[in-house]
Design a protein. Sequence first.
Length: 291
Amino acid sequence: MYVSMKYILDDANKNNYGVIAANVINLELARGVINAAVEENAPIIINIGQGQMHKHASPDIMCDMIKTLAIKTHVPVALNLDHGSDFNRITDAFRNGFSSIMIDASQYPYDENVNITKKVVKLAHSQGVTVEAELGHVGQANTFDNKNKTLYTDPAEAVKFLKDTKADALAVAVGTAHGSYPKDLKPELNFNIISDIKKYTKIPLVLHGGSGSGSENIKNAVKCGINKINVCTDTFNSCRNFLKERLMENPEIDFLSLMIELENAAKETIRSYIKISGSCNKANNFSYYEY
């Protein structure tokens, strides 16, 4: 079933578990991710990044495809625009039926972040579309700015931000980063920030940069109040590595077979993250609902 992200995250927030939000750009990834959720009987969120949407994953095609896949299954599936920052791209996703929009104005000063976020909230909430915002700034692993504590989310400011914007979920900066961490390096998360923000806001919290952050970090983050864990880099890397290895094994493999196997590779990566998140069998919490 195709649902709003709020519908999924409200249950995760109430019952203290995390939901995987996996980035997809084509049919194989979308089916792999949704099938992983079906096999683990878990709710799932599909992310499409603004840049991904612009370069390849056209919203008019992707949204209809994901809706079609979603209505064929019993597990709740939401579609979220990840890191929306350009208002034209945001409205494009909105018009094409995304059930959630992430507005990322975290690079701006507080007041400007609030004003931009409020504009998106007004648009989205008029049609029951969920809004995720970001306060603090989740940077890039290759620049090590995940260690820059001045970019971390301030709990007191988070309370004010949510009161000012009425966003449905908040992405927090606590030590993770986007992209691939250096080999054998696991980020150090500030779990106290997560706990404090959850204590004082009681809304769903989002961890960006889930890839490579380690199972213990993710489990502890969920215990402290994270309800949505974004995973992109690990899925893309596992699919790339699979294709490389499979073609070396059999350069003449039939293309259809290769795509079917690629879909399975994506599925297994996301299944492993679903198991860490605590969302296995949580699809039982949801009655039939269609966005």
